[in-house]
Design a protein around this ligand. Sequence first.
Ligand SMILES: Nc1ncnc2c1ncn2[C@@H]1O[C@H](COP(=O)(O)OP(=O)(O)OP(=O)(O)O)[C@@H](O)[C@H]1O
Ligand SMILES: [Mg+2]
Length: 240
Amino acid sequence: MNNIAILVENLNYKIGEKEILKNINFKIKKGEFVGIIGPNGAGKSTLIKIIVGEIKNYTGQISVNGKIGYLPQVQTINREVPINALQFAKMGAYKKKVSKEQISTLLKNVGLAGKERQLVGTMSGGELQRLSLARALLYNPDILILDEPEAGVDQMGKARFYELLYKVKEKKNLTILMISHDIGMVFEKCTSVMCLNKTLHCHGPTEKIKPDELKILFPDFDLWLRAKNHYEREHENGDI
Ligand SMILES: Nc1ncnc2c1ncn2[C@@H]1O[C@H](COP(=O)(O)OP(=O)(O)OP(=O)(O)O)[C@@H](O)[C@H]1O
Ligand SMILES: [Mg+2]
């Protein structure tokens, strides 16, 4: 278990009679950057909620080796609540004492220098997402789990966020597990990919996952490939 961050064995989960996850088995090694992909309703968020301990009535074994930092799918932030970036980030420390300086440094590292006093309600989607990352990092996790962190962020913001994640991962030696609908980004940045649709269809190093396997899972995979090729043609000068 020494080099394993997460071990899932014979996991099954039902809601009433409906099977949500069926016979899931996998290992994630420390330091991996895993992208979880799959269509809407595939059970991706459910799997993560089980790993973080939010859902308990499953069958099977889950072993987690380290502290988890978690960014849930929908940022349930009430924009009306008058809370600033500093206070929001501070919640990530739980009971641990952190100084203003520590938080300021962290905000600077996620590209939010000088935004300590800005009200969270006035922040853009991309800023809020980076602030949530800062909050999760304050907890000093070994494993970072993110559920569609790039939702609502433009292509440029996404690329920046992935870049930031990669840097943090290298610096802190983190294991990252991330759900995403951006297959292009997943294949570009993640070290391994998991394709989930109730069962685990494929799981392996990014370069070993074949497009044919994905076609079964994503009926519109061809469409995505075409869009991606088009995008790359339009941005050939490295101008992401
Ligand atoms: N509390 C619940 N009651 C009933 N069904 C639920 C509940 N939570 C989730 N489900 C069902 O479980 C299935 C998996 O949901 P989940 O949120 O894990 O999917 P997902 O892969 O994260 O989808 P998305 O890409 O849309 O976020 C869906 O069919 C969903 O309707
Ligand atoms: Mg989800």
